[in-house]
Structure formats: C-alpha cells, structure tokens
Ligand binder design. Structure first.
Ligand code: OFO
Length: 181
C-alpha cells in the first residue's frame, strides 16, 4: 500500500529517470557524430541503466497496487560544446537526481513507509556510483585538455563499457535482475 503523495512522487521519479535516459541518448548521438564511438558506447550503456532505473520504479508502483502515470518527457539538449561539457552536465544532472532520491526517502520516512524506504536504498547507493563515475571521467578530461591523442585513448577505454543490468524487461525488472545476477 502506498500513500497517494508517495505514489505521485514515485511516478514523478519515473519521468526524471526517463529524461536521464533521453539525455544520455542525445549525448551518445552527439559523441557518435564527432567520431568518438567509445564515448557514444558509454552514454548508450548509461541510457540502458536509466531505463532500468525507470522500470524498477514502474514495477514497484504497480506491485504496490498504484497507478502508473506517465508524463511527457522534455527534450534534452541536442548539442554540446565538448566531451567535458557533456560530463559536466551529466554530473550536474546526477546531483539533481541524487537530491530527488533524497527527497523521496524523506517523504517515505515521514509517511512511515518502510517498504519504500527499503526500495529506495538501492537508488541511494546507485547515485554514489553514478556521481563517482562522472567525477572520474571529468578529472581525466581535464588532464587531457586539448590533447587529441589522449582523448582517443580515453575513447578506446570507454568503448569497453558493457551493460551490467538487464535490458529486456518483458518478464519484469526484478525477475530479470535476479536472473542476470
Ligand atoms: Fe538514474 O541515475 Fe542517473 O539519472
């Protein structure tokens, strides 16, 4: 059972996660356009991760007997000044997502909703990793500066990133995650 305000807040989070997926899809396309296929791969893996985050919420709201309410997803930026600009925007966006998850947890605590608190713990841990990944790549991009050779080396490194989460949700997100573990 979910409190109505909690259900609405979780639905709002589905939209935020879908926007995250959309944003990284746009960054993937822009990286691909400049020939940086490794960056394009990194952002496409991130797109899949965000879809997983959205689908976990989608499934949780339904398992708690509440209605999923999908809203329009706003358009992400279509152009970026550089790879550093992309990752700077990515970090700022993830910090915003972290604060939105913290707000959800505060609401769950205030409603004495223990099930949702346990559900949200996964997202709290995940956000630490999300911000750490972005900070690491930003630090490397700052060291690289205008060195194209070094940028191409990082691009090759990022091409190795593979999705570690399920991308087929036809049997349900939690079931797919268990099968993949
Ligand atoms: Fe869903 O963690 Fe990024 O946005």
């Amino acid at each position: 059972m979910l409190n109505k305000k909690m259900a609405q807040a979780l639905n709002d989070q589905i939209n935020r996660e879908m926007y995250s997926a959309y944003l990284y899809m746009s960054m993937s396309a822009c990286s691909n356009k400049t020939g940086l296929k490794g960056f394009a791969n990194w952002f496409m893996v991130q797109y899949h991760e965000e879809m997983f985050h959205a689908m976990k919420l989608y499934e949780y709201v339904q398992r708690q007997g509440e209605e999923v309410k999908l809203e329009a997803i706003k358009a992400p930026p279509a152009e970026f000044a550089s790879q550093l600009d992309m990752f700077t925007q990515t970090l700022a966006h993830e910090q915003y997502i972290t604060s939105s998850i913290n707000d959800l947890m505060e609401l769950a605590i205030s409603k004495k909703d223990h099930a949702t608190q346990i559900f949200l713990e996964w997202y709290i841990t995940e956000q630490v990793e999300e911000e750490e990944n972005d900070n690491d790549i930003i630090a490397q991009l700052k060291l690289i500066g205008d060195n194209v050779h070094a940028l191409l080396m990082l691009d090759r490194e990022l091409s190795a990133r593979a999705a570690t989460i399920p991308t087929d949700f036809s049997k349900g997100v939690e079931a797919a995650a268990k099968a993949a573990a």
